[in-house]
Design a protein around this ligand. Sequence first.
Ligand code: HEM
Ligand SMILES: *[C@@H]1O[C@H](CO)[C@@H](O)[C@H](O)[C@H]1NC(C)=O
Ligand SMILES: *[C@@H]1O[C@H](CO)[C@@H](O)[C@H](O)[C@H]1NC(C)=O
Ligand SMILES: *[C@@H]1O[C@H](CO)[C@@H](O)[C@H](O)[C@H]1NC(C)=O
Ligand SMILES: *[C@@H]1O[C@H](CO)[C@@H](O)[C@H](O)[C@H]1NC(C)=O
Ligand SMILES: *[C@@H]1O[C@H](CO)[C@@H](O)[C@H](O)[C@H]1NC(C)=O
Ligand SMILES: *[C@@H]1O[C@H](CO)[C@@H](O)[C@H](O)[C@H]1NC(C)=O
Length: 321
Amino acid sequence: MATHDIVGFSIVVVLLATSVITTAGCKLSPSHYQSTCPKALSIVRAGVAKAIKNETRTGASLLRLHFHDCFVNGCDASILLDDTPSFVGEKTAAPNNNSVRGFEVIDRIKASLEKECPGVVSCADIVALAARDSVVHLGGPSWTVSLGRRDSITASRSLANTLPSPASNLSALITSFAAKGLSVKNMVALSGSHTIGLARCSSFRGRIYNDSNIDTSFAHKLQKTCPKIGNDSVLQRLDIQTPTFFDNLYYHNLLQKKGLLHSDQELFNGSSVDSLVKKYACDTEKFFRDFVRAMIKMSEIKPPKGSNGQIRKNCRKVNQV
Ligand code: HEM
Ligand SMILES: *[C@@H]1O[C@H](CO)[C@@H](O)[C@H](O)[C@H]1NC(C)=O
Ligand SMILES: *[C@@H]1O[C@H](CO)[C@@H](O)[C@H](O)[C@H]1NC(C)=O
Ligand SMILES: *[C@@H]1O[C@H](CO)[C@@H](O)[C@H](O)[C@H]1NC(C)=O
Ligand SMILES: *[C@@H]1O[C@H](CO)[C@@H](O)[C@H](O)[C@H]1NC(C)=O
Ligand SMILES: *[C@@H]1O[C@H](CO)[C@@H](O)[C@H](O)[C@H]1NC(C)=O
Ligand SMILES: *[C@@H]1O[C@H](CO)[C@@H](O)[C@H](O)[C@H]1NC(C)=O
């Protein structure tokens, strides 16, 4: 073997080793699909736009889907796995059951991507991109999404049951986010997601009948469609003013004691966090900047070490071997 062949061979080995390491999910990169699926980002964007055009709420649902995915063993599309007779997943965990939405939208986008470049784009990356594209579509800030997440081969109903509850107090919220490496500031900025979307009567009943830190006429109005018993699924806007527009009015509502969820109003109830809420209420630019930073951090929460995952063909089930 000539010397230059040996050199060439070693370079190939080094390159192969590098690509194995990156596809094992060690490092995310915005250009992950640049050569393997150059249209990936535009296909996701078009799918999101179409879904929001059909039903505006979908943008909110896709943003929340990403949050509920990332908080359970990292952003690995674990939330998308369907329950089967022999498998218990996250979809039916209490915080998700009859509440988390957008699964069909992800299915449609995944089907387009499988046509364009089979077996290449992970479901977890689709969810991360769809969350960003939804925020942008509804008038919020944009950011660059790093890619290369891999899809889980498992899910955890029990961990999904520990997602923050709307009945949480401030210290519970802080603890829950800190457990994912997210600061108080990250938590307050991410809660600004409640500037879009809807919640069920069962999620805010405790607040409108029992809380003292609520605007009286706001509470009475909500009580008209959300009785003490029944009408559990009746929906209300999380941001009473502009529920389909990504702005900072959520924080304005908190200043007026018009947060819909108990957990929302906990962010403005006499604690040291009040000042941050005030800041976001009067400075959209600052809210957007901090929101973007926090979204990037949340979207990079890693699955536990050793879970290498796969690129699912169908987001609802693990690939057959
Ligand atoms: C701080 C802790 C949080 C709590 C306790 C919480 C709780 C909730 C609850 C109870 C609902 C209504 C669900 C229903 O009634 O069906 C909801 C909706 C929503 N949440 Fe959160 N959430 C939190 C943080 C977040 C974060 C971090 C995001 C995104 C980054 C987010 C995005 C949303 C969106 C967009 C909706 C509306 C979804 C739709 O209309 O389909 N939330 N949240
Ligand atoms: C359009 O939205 C409705 C709900 O308003 C939903 O049932 C339907 O599946 C959506 N169709 C598409 C193609 O997105
Ligand atoms: C999820 O909700 C359905 C009703 O839509 C209910 O039948 C089922 O028992 C719930 N699952 C869990 C695990 O609570
Ligand atoms: C907040 O909630 C947690 C968990 O439910 C509880 O243990 C704690 O006592 C509460 N803290 C305050 C200040 O109410
Ligand atoms: C309000 O608080 C009381 C007393 O703690 C409790 O029994 C009741 O279930 C609460 N009501 C709602 C709607 O959460
Ligand atoms: C909010 O603060 C008030 C006054 O400090 C306190 O009495 C109340 O328990 C807190 N929480 C709620 C939900 O009212
Ligand atoms: C249930 O909700 C509907 C609106 O969706 C409302 O017209 C009705 O009055 C509510 N029922 C009660 C008992 O509050």
